[in-house]
Design a protein around this ligand. Structure first.
Ligand SMILES: Nc1ncnc2c1ncn2[C@@H]1O[C@H](COP(=O)(O)OP(=O)(O)OP(=O)(O)O)[C@@H](O)[C@H]1O
Length: 581
């Protein structure tokens, strides 16, 4: 509880002058609200008195009431502006911090959490915190000022009647608290279900083509329906409680009016109260019901918001993958690949895996070399290159850039030298040009756009698009074929110079002519100091300085084309298969 409050105040503190102004205007709002009934009371007494000379006083009172009402509009508006704006600014700041933090997490975090549920959590949790920092603070101020001024004014008029009013207030408050507690519990369940539902919806939407091709609509529908039914049940429960608690809260003012009218009416009949005092008292009773209503809301907002704060804290306090690592000085970073890369007895087990996926792998890539990696499906090829490009983080003493242990380097620094074109192409919903230039803003030099398009064998196809490089690719590149997407991704990698270029099976979705062209461009005139190419095509592998053959995560063989023909059965098999076809 204390740590959550501390967390909240650390953000609110920056806007302390906004809040101070807001609270001052709030105090004024309450003061004006409780002053108006005094003038109403006096005016009614003047009417009841019925004397001819009362008119001037009566008119003066009415003018004062109108003036106070106008002042009330102003001060109330200012109090809300000064409290709600910092809450929105805190929301914006937190969303930015959460996004930066989430971008710094490694693969393990995203393996454990569905993206839909992360999005839903961020929205709900930060929303909860904003409600505390805005509406919650406003209500607390309102309650404190109203509950200290209004009962005081009521007590001055009649202590006994004030005690009569407190009884229904306490009863309503207890009922509302119980109702709110049940509501909060169900709201929490509802939020969890909503997270799961968004997670599933996003994954089904992105796997839409698989659902269509395998005709598994029923499965997708059942999965979504399951969450929908729980969500419906929880929402209904909340609606039931709300339909009981809310009328009680909203009608508390009416209940108090009945009590005041009944007991206060008796006082008027017995001459203890004037009719003006009774009217003033009724206005106070109405004013008093507002903070009591607010109290119910405040408790709910704080309970829900605190759940959100702990979830935000878990994300913000989690260490980013690179937080413990020191950034490299620019001159070292620029020459990171100067002596190549050395892999020494590399073993790697995924954080959620049971057995090592890579075992005892050792090799060195010198600047200028072209290295092939081949092996059966699931033999560890992608895992191996991800250990080189900083996406996966092997233990200390296994991968070195010159003398620097990769385990001590920031992923960002590694990626300034190592670029990967992965199997899973990701294109943004933007133009072809922007997709290629993506991430190049900070690069000191860029290659010629037209040359990059040519080298990626995309020039002819680009010329056929009516809008050329300004063509929009649609969500995740839906307007393009698999091969086109792969070549845009290759062009993106070639656009800014790098030292080590890794190509993960980029020839898989292209025809033989394109493959031949790409091989010529990349091998004869290769754009980086060194190349690592994952492929099972002999036409590619025969051009490398050496190729590593992986079998179940182990290095089964290593050598050039001629050596592998002697050493590796797998290599001979794929050659035979490709010669046949
Ligand atoms: N995120 C992960 N968590 C746990 N295990 C994983 C993860 N990614 C891959 N693996 C496992 O690691 C092994 C090697 O996978 P990897 O993707 O490196 O193989 P690959 O040789 O590149 O396969 P392919 O030819 O299909 O691309 C597989 O058994 C796979 O199940």
């Amino acid at each position: 509880m204390f740590s959550k409050l501390k967390f909240l105040f650390s953000y609110m503190h920056q806007y302390r002058w906004w809040y101070t102004g807001g609270i001052l205007f709030l105090a004024l709002t309450v003061w004006v609200s409780v002053t108006i009934p005094e003038f109403i009371q006096r005016s009614i007494d003047l009417i009841a008195d019925g004397r001819a000379g009362n008119e001037a006083d009566f008119n003066k009172n009415v003018l004062i009431i109108v003036g106070l009402a106008l002042a009330l509009i102003l001060v109330r508006t200012f109090s809300r502006i000064l409290i709600f704006i910092p809450a929105r600014l805190i929301e914006r700041q937190l969303k930015g911090e959460m996004f930066r933090k989430l971008s710094s997490f490694g693969k393990d975090y995203y393996d454990e959490n569905l993206s839909g549920s992360i999005i839903s959590r961020i929205n709900n949790d930060i929303n909860g915190l904003r409600l505390i920092a805005g509406f919650g603070i406003l209500q607390i101020g309102n309650i404190i000022f109203s509950l200290s001024l209004t009962p005081y004014k009521m007590w001055q008029l009649s202590p006994a009647l004030t005690l009569y009013c407190i009884v229904p207030m306490v009863v309503v408050f207890i009922i509302v608290r119980i109702g709110m507690a049940i509501m909060v519990k169900n709201t929490r369940l509802q939020m969890n279900t909503l997270q799961r539902l968004s997670g599933k919806t996003i994954s089904f939407l992105s796997g839409n083509s698989v659902i269509k091709s395998y005709n598994i609509y029923d499965y997708a529908e059942r999965e979504v329906q399951k969450e929908n039914i729980s969500l419906f049940g929880q929402t209904l429960k909340i609606a039931w409680i709300r339909s009981f608690v809310m009328p009680l809260l909203f009608n508390l003012g009416q209940i108090l009016k009945i009590v005041v009218l009944f007991v206060g009416g008796m006082y008027v009949i017995n001459g203890k109260f004037t009719i003006g005092e009774l009217t003033g008292y009724i206005a106070y009773a109405a004013l008093l019901s507002q903070p009591i209503m607010g109290l119910g809301w405040v408790l709910t907002i704080f309970q829900q918001g605190f759940v959100g704060i702990s979830s935000i804290q878990t994300i913000l306090e989690r260490r980013g993958a690179d937080e413990k690592r020191q950034a490299l000085p620019d001159e070292i970073k620029a020459n990171l690949f100067g002596d190549g890369i050395r892999v020494k007895n590399l073993n790697f087990t995924y954080h959620n895996g049971e057995k090592p996926e890579l075992q005892a792998i050792s090799f060195t890539i010198k600047p200028g070399q072209v290295v092939g990696i081949t092996g059966k499906v699931g033999s560890g090829k992608t895992t191996l290159i991800n250990c080189l490009n900083g996406y996966l983080r092997p233990e200390k003493g296994m991968v070195y850039f010159g003398d620097l242990d990769a385990a001590d380097l920031r992923s960002e620094d590694i990626r300034s030298s190592v670029r990967t074109v992965s199997q899973e192409v990701f294109l943004f919903s933007d133009t072809i040009e922007n997709n290629i230039a993506f991430g190049s803003e900070k690069a000191p030099t860029k290659n010629d756009f037209k040359e990059v398009i040519y080298k990626s064998s995309f020039a002819d196809e680009l010329a056929r698009f009516p809008k050329k490089e300004k063509t929009l690719v649609g969500e995740k590149g839906i307007m393009l074929s698999g091969g086109q997407k792969q070549r845009i991704s290759l062009a993106r990698a070639l656009y800014t110079p790098c030292d080590l270029l890794i190509l993960d099976d980029v020839f898989s979705a292209v025809d033989t002519d394109t493959e031949r062209f790409l091989i010529k461009q990349i091998f004869d005139n290769h754009p980086a100091k060194s190349l690592v190419v994952i492929s099972n095509r002999i036409s590619v592998l025969e051009k490398t300085d050496f190729t590593i053959v992986l079998e179940e995560g182990r290095m089964a063989a290593k050598g050039n084309h001629r050596e592998l023909l002697e050493q590796s059965e797998f290599y001979r098999d794929i050659l035979a298969l490709q010669q046949e076809s």
